[in-house]
Design a protein around this ligand. Structure first.
Ligand code: COA
Length: 298
């Protein structure tokens, strides 16, 4: 759905949306559910990794928009893929969901409990968007991305994590109420979320790099949750880093919540932008409020 189409639905313009957010279009999954998008992404990840579905021990789906409360989305994915040996659960941390799911996968693998973990971020956020509210409907899009983490003797993978949550600020960004129809749509204080992101994202990245004894010059890319190009630019500026190190694709997809980081990672990977040993920082932030970062050696 392009900005032009949105301009026929609410009082907005391509120019306003582009200058305030960097978004030109977003995908709306009219005939496709969160679990169907998750299955598609997971199938591609399995193929890319050369792993059989039966070898997956655990499936985690990061989502705030599951098809149903029961069974969870991960169980639907299991059934569609034939991943009959997997334990399955969903994890809900909104736009920070994918990095938190990755940290869970890392912990299970390091504890020796799981060998191959399928981590998916999938959100059909269009379902909880009020398409008459111009302040939010221009921002979001639907999507899914997936990756597989495997036990491995070596020095690549997820090296460290820095994760945070502040539930006392939950009112700033909420939506999707099941019991209260008046609260079914996303309700957001945009400026407050903006300030939260530009303050906390550089802070978590700096704290992660300090903890891991890594200099920012060693980082090839900062793969940030794709919410708004101005947030990404402000983070780059505050960190005194070049925008070249902040790949972005939100122009085409908008904010796809838990899916934004894996979609961007997949594009970087398929475009041969990632080489073995590259150091990446992944950073997510969103409703909760929750935020955090991971240091990854590709
Ligand atoms: N088209 C045209 N005008 C719009 C508009 C739209 N889509 N949305 C809001 N406006 C108007 C407002 O009504 C306001 O009008 P007014 O001055 O007459 O009252 C004006 O634009 C400015 O609104 P404001 O909210 O101050 O704009 P902003 O510069 O803060 O940009 C956001 C709004 C939402 C783009 C910005 O705050 C943002 O990106 N915040 C972060 C949101 C986010 O990323 N959330 C998800 C995090 S995971």
């Amino acid at each position: 759905m392009t900005n032009e189409i949105l301009s026929t639905m609410v009082d907005t313009s391509d120019e306003w949306i582009k200058t305030r957010t960097g978004i030109s279009s977003r995908r709306v999954a009219k005939n496709c559910s969160t679990s169907e998008m998750a299955v598609n992404a997971a199938g591609n990840a399995l193929e890319n990794a050369g792993i059989q579905a039966e070898d997956i021990d655990l499936i985690i789906v990061a989502t705030s928009t599951p098809d149903n409360n029961m069974p969870n989305t991960a169980s639907v994915v299991q059934s569609q893929l034939g991943a009959c040996n997997a334990v399955c659960f969903d994890e809900s941390a909104a736009c920070a969901g994918f990095i938190i799911a990755l940290s869970i996968a890392k912990a299970y693998i390091e504890a020796g409990m799981m060998k191959n973990v399928l981590v998916i971020g999938s959100d059909k956020i269009s379902r909880i968007v009020d398409w008459a509210d111009r302040s939010t409907c221009v921002l979001f899009g639907d999507g899914a991305g997936a990756c597989i983490l495997s036990a491995y003797e070596g020095n690549s993978g997820i090296l460290g994590a820095d994760l945070h949550n502040d539930g006392s600020k939950g009112e700033v960004l909420k939506g999707g109420s099941i019991d209260n129809r008046d609260e079914r749509y996303i309700d957001m204080n945009g400026q407050e979320v903006f300030r939260f992101a530009v303050r906390n994202v550089p802070e978590t990245i700096n704290s992660l790099l300090n903890k891991e004894g890594t200099n920012k010059d060693e980082v090839k890319y900062y793969v940030l949750h794709q919410a708004n190009i101005r947030i990404i630019e402000s983070v780059a500026k505050r960190m005194d880093e070049d925008m070249e190190k902040f790949p972005n694709n939100l122009k085409d997809y908008g904010n796809t919540s838990a899916a934004s980081i894996p979609i961007l990672l997949d594009e970087l990977n398929r475009n041969n932008k990632l080489q073995p040993d590259d150091l990446l920082v992944l950073a997510g932030f969103g409703a909760g409020l929750s935020w955090g970062s991971l240091l990854v050696r590709w």
